[in-house]
Design a protein around this ligand. Structure first.
Ligand SMILES: Nc1nc2c(ncn2[C@@H]2O[C@H](COP(=O)(O)OP(=O)(O)OP(=O)(O)O)[C@@H](O)[C@H]2O)c(=O)[nH]1
Ligand SMILES: [Mg+2]
Length: 365
């Protein structure tokens, strides 16, 4: 049996097995086996030279947002509207066949938005260039899920396809440490009562070739999350959900749909430019960026071009963003603003800055 057939038969078996406490171990082991087979499949197809990588698109700007949705939901119309780009819009599916980048300016930040071809069910297993499309979302800072007013319940499908290629949306990485050793077997410290059994943990680790390790589980986790940890190639991404084409329905219908979707989303009309400013603000807020103003030693502060960095960045992160030499030659900094104890406080590289701080960097002579 080849790998695809093995995966299929395990999927079948999982589907047929009733989920309860008695079958938990069995299903956990099956899932771990399937994750292992999928990894093997990836390795095999990439060594055969089959491209499983993403589109080549040059990253630019301070953060990147990937537009993910079914065909014809209005991704290109939205890109054009947010950024002034000129991505082709069509009333038929699969109008966009490549990545089309645009830049949205907001609060001094340059936010790169990537328009992508539409995905369909089965995208994660390669349907319709699905893997190429989905993998762009892996390296994006924010995934924008776009729903169409006529297909408002498709977010599960999108989330599931992303999940299958290793993207976890709005989840925190599980708090589990697997510290591999060269001998000594598997030593498990499970601080959570009534969670996965040691037997199941051992089984999952062994399937993934881990026979000697110290494992520390400090919060409740599911079988899937443990498999994520041992597989090691998961990314944890933030998302935002948009419902497009709301110009086509009346208020009453929209309220009904809102109730049924049951999760937060932003209603917009990309075509009629409704609620676009609110969407821009939401994107900016979700990206969690801050502005830093640089003040050269003895000179005036540059308030025109803030440096845009992720929230909770340190002075050294600022240096790295400017240039790696700046980081190498960094000595200390002076700081004004919300993160400073007093005006012009002298701080080291690890100091965490706040939105709209003013910073003077002093380098080694
Ligand atoms: N009424 C209405 N039509 C819209 C809206 N946004 C997009 N459309 C229309 O929907 C159709 C598809 O729009 P596109 O922007 O090409 O959709 P897409 O998601 O990029 O499609 P693919 O590239 O094929 O995946 C076009 O006919 C658009 O004019 C909207 O807000 N309201
Ligand atoms: Mg398009």
């Amino acid at each position: 049996m080849g790998i695809p057939e093995k995966i299929k038969s395990i999927e079948e078996e999982i589907r047929k097995t009733k989920i309860n406490k008695a079958t938990e171990h069995h299903i956990g082991i099956l899932k771990a086996k399937m994750a292992k087979l999928k990894l093997e499949q990836e390795v095999k197809s990439s060594s055969k030279g089959k491209s499983t990588g993403g589109y080549s698109v040059r990253r630019s700007g301070d953060a990147t947002v990937a537009l993910i949705g079914l065909p014809s939901v209005g991704k290109s119309t939205l890109l054009n509207n947010l950024t002034g780009a000129n991505s082709k819009v069509g009333s038929f599916d699969f109008t966009t066949l490549d990545v089309v980048p645009g830049i949205m300016m907001y609060n001094g930040a340059q936010i790169q938005i990537l328009d992508l071809p539409g995905i369909i069910r089965g995208a994660a297993s390669g349907k319709g260039f699905g893997k190429k499309i989905l993998s762009v979302a892996r390296s994006a800072n924010l995934v924008m899920l776009i729903l169409d007013i006529f297909q408002p319940y498709q977010s599960e499908l999108l989330i599931n396809e992303l999940k299958q290629i290793g993207i976890r949306l709005d989840e925190k990485p599980p708090n589990v440490t697997v510290d591999a050793k060269s001998s000594g077997g598997l030593q498990i410290t499970n601080l959570v009562e009534d969670s996965l059994s040691d037997d199941l943990i051992r089984g999952i680790l062994r399937i993934h070739g881990i026979h000697h390790a110290r494992v520390l589980i400090s919060e409740p986790i599911s079988t899937d999350q443990l498999i994520d940890v041992v597989t090691g190639n998961r990314v944890y991404n933030t998302s935002i959900t948009i419902l497009n084409k709301v110009d086509l329905v009346d208020k009453r219908t929209l309220t009904k749909i809102k109730k049924k979707i049951g999760k937060d989303f932003i209603p917009i009309s990309a075509d009629q430019k409704q609620n676009i400013e609110a969407l821009k603000l939401a994107i900016y807020e979700r990206l969690d960026l801050i502005r830093i103003y640089l003040r050269p030693k003895g000179g005036p502060t540059d308030f025109d071009e803030p440096l845009i960095i992720p929230n909770n960045s340190s002075i050294l992160d600022i240096c790295a963003k400017i240039h790696r030499d700046v980081k190498k030659n960094f000595k200390y900094a002076y700081i004004w603003g919300k993160s400073a104890k007093h005006k012009g406080q002298k701080v080291g590289g690890r100091h965490v800055v706040a939105d709209e701080d003013v910073v003077t960097l002093i380098k080694i002579k």
